[in-house]
Design a protein around this ligand. Structure first.
Ligand code: ZN
Ligand code: ZN
Length: 288
């Protein structure tokens, strides 16, 4: 498992690698543009070259790009759908440029409308975005299940992948906080194993491509997306250790999106703590 954190690319893409190294990250995640604005940040081929030249000497072995929150590929408003397509293509092309592991996407929201129709709309936008980019994988993130958000169950994620054409570039990003909030108890090794069996049956574990590790302020099944620092929420240290030591998570990148003590995101101490919990989880599994 490549453990790391969400970091800022402020000052240039390559700065994200530096921030990752400062935090002892083996994987990082960045936003490719301001997360709350449509206006894309434009990068040049030179920015991509500098990034690709710097990564081999960095401890960061995998880079995830989180698509911005404004996107709703499932929107029935043509203007929002078009803007979402443009932004998703932009994210995938940045991913192509820097050799990212994947773009992570919240699949969208049906709002108050029909879920099957929303899934079809989202699938169309995702398929078009893949067609307009070269190779960067697209990982759909499971959601906490608030409101009309799509992707709260493995069945729904499987239907989203199908409706996007089932391309080999489509994968899954599992978020531990969202799993718990959407009703999956993953706090013991046996429970997580059963949840992953269900994931495999619905989606196929070969699609499992990346992980977000966040503790959850909100309880099991609350459908509320409230990230907490590791060990301070409903997963607790034990639940986080289970997630970090799951054998089927193997070599996947796993990034923290936690608030951090100063509300500036995960620090080096937080990443070190995750590594400690991982060692603890692995040791506990060896004992049983
Ligand atoms: Zn997440
Ligand atoms: Zn979240």
């Amino acid at each position: 498992m490549l453990v790391g954190a969400h970091v800022s690319p402020a000052g240039g893409l390559v700065r994200a690698l530096e921030r990752g190294a400062e935090r002892e990250c083996q994987a990082i995640q960045i936003f490719n543009q301001s997360p709350r604005a449509w206006r894309p940040t434009t990068y040049s081929d030179d920015d991509f070259r500098v990034f690709r030249a710097a990564q081999p000497t960095s401890p960061v072995r995998a880079v995830l790009i989180h698509a911005v929150y404004l996107l709703n590929c499932a929107s029935d408003d043509p203007e929002i759908a078009t803007k979402s397509l443009t932004a998703l293509v932009h994210a995938l092309r940045v991913g192509d440029g820097i050799g990212a592991h994947a773009v992570v996407l919240h699949p969208g929201s049906a709002k108050a409308g029909s879920v099957p129709r929303a899934i079809r709309r989202a699938g169309k936008v995702m398929a078009e975005a893949l067609a307009q980019s070269e190779r960067c994988p697209l990982h759909l993130e499971n959601t906490a299940g608030a409101g009309g958000t799509l992707g709260r169950s493995f069945d729904e994620l499987a239907r989203l992948i199908d409706s996007a054409g089932g391309d080999g570039r489509l994968g899954l990003c599992l978020d531990s906080c969202h799993l718990l909030a959407s009703g999956f108890d993953i706090r013991s090794p046996d429970q997580l194993e059963a949840v992953l069996d269900d994931c495999g049956a619905a989606v196929g574990l070969e699609r499992l491509g990346s992980l977000h590790l966040n503790d959850s302020q909100a309880p099991l099944g609350s459908n509320r997306d409230r990230h907490a620092d590791l060990g301070t929420g409903e997963l607790g240290e034990a639940g986080c250790s289970v997630f970090l030591s799951e054998p089927r998570f193997g070599a996947l990148p796993c990034v923290l999106e936690t608030p951090g003590a100063d509300r500036k995101g995960a620090s080096r101490d937080d990443v070190r703590f995750a590594q400690k919990l991982r060692r603890r989880g692995l040791a506990a599994r060896r004992r049983t």
